[in-house]
Design a protein around this ligand. Structure first.
Ligand code: AR6
Length: 230
């Protein structure tokens, strides 16, 4: 299977994403690029209903700041569908900034099957709930299910709960199928702002506060990732 990986800087050059993806798709196991790569979902923009346009600005801004501070790390925004609107918005906005597209790009696929699909990546982020519980749908359910019970135990050792705008690093035990199959060594749980009235900590459409919290969530995620790499 060829990876649907695209370079944000190149998105306007052609419509055939797969063709332009060849370079990334064929990356080998031989270097340690995977251990310096963080793959993350778009925090808060599905079940938590955060506005996609605002979220894409925040993703591009925080990623650009972070890449300036740290050399030789990669950030990869992942979503399930080629039609993902958040991926399109981020690609479009990243291409307008001078961001190195080998260090920040988007990838279409399941975040629990990255190596299988050709992306070397040891650290993945989860859009968690405040109790750090498995299930509930979305990427949280997918990660807890793929990682098995050892992720629940490991998570319990690290934290009981999260405040919106914060994250926690959980080393993934080597017995976890996600570690064995995909080479994932760490999961970083992130709690973003919630704009869904049916979920806890509903922010009542307050985007002044909500945007600040989403900023904090990505900064916390990226800083935690940097602490693992160093
Ligand atoms: N691989 C990659 N991306 C995914 C996957 C996957 N397997 N599954 C979903 N996405 P969401 P939130 C994308 O709803 O909005 C949970 O129930 C999805 O398309 O998972 O932060 C938790 O328990 C979207 O772009 O997270 C919380 O209660 C992104 O992941 C709540 O939902 C985030 O969508 C968190 O809501």
């Amino acid at each position: 299977v060829e990876a649907d990986i695209t370079c944000p800087m190149e998105v306007e050059k052609g419509s055939n994403d797969k063709k332009e993806s060849g370079e990334h798709a064929k990356e080998s196991d031989s270097d340690d690029v995977g251990s310096r790569t963080l793959a993350f979902p778009s925090i808060s923009t599905a079940d938590f209903q955060f506005d996609l346009d605002r979220a894409s600005d925040i993703i591009v801004d925080t990623a650009a700041d972070f890449l300036q501070k740290f050399d030789s790390i990669r950030l990869v925004l992942v979503d399930l569908s080629e039609k993902s609107r958040i991926l399109s918005l981020v690609k479009e906005k990243a291409s307008k900034k001078s961001i190195d597209c080998s260090r920040f790009f988007t990838f279409v696929g399941d975040i629990t099957q990255l190596r299988t699909r050709g992306l070397q990546c040891s650290v993945i982020a989860n859009a968690a709930n405040w109790r750090l519980k498995p299930g509930g749908g979305g990427v949280n359910a997918a990660i807890f299910s793929a990682a098995g019970e050892s992720l629940q135990h490991a998570t319990r050792k690290c934290a009981d709960a999260l405040r919106p705008g914060t994250s926690v690093v959980v080393p993934l035990p080597s017995i976890s199928p996600l570690h064995q199959r995909e080479g994932v060594t760490h999961v970083i749980h992130v709690l973003g702002p919630n704009m869904n009235p049916m979920r806890p900590d509903y922010m009542k459409n307050d985007y002044t506060k909500g945007s600040k919290i989403l900023h904090e969530a990505y900064n916390s995620l990226f800083e935690n990732f940097a602490s693992i790499v160093q």
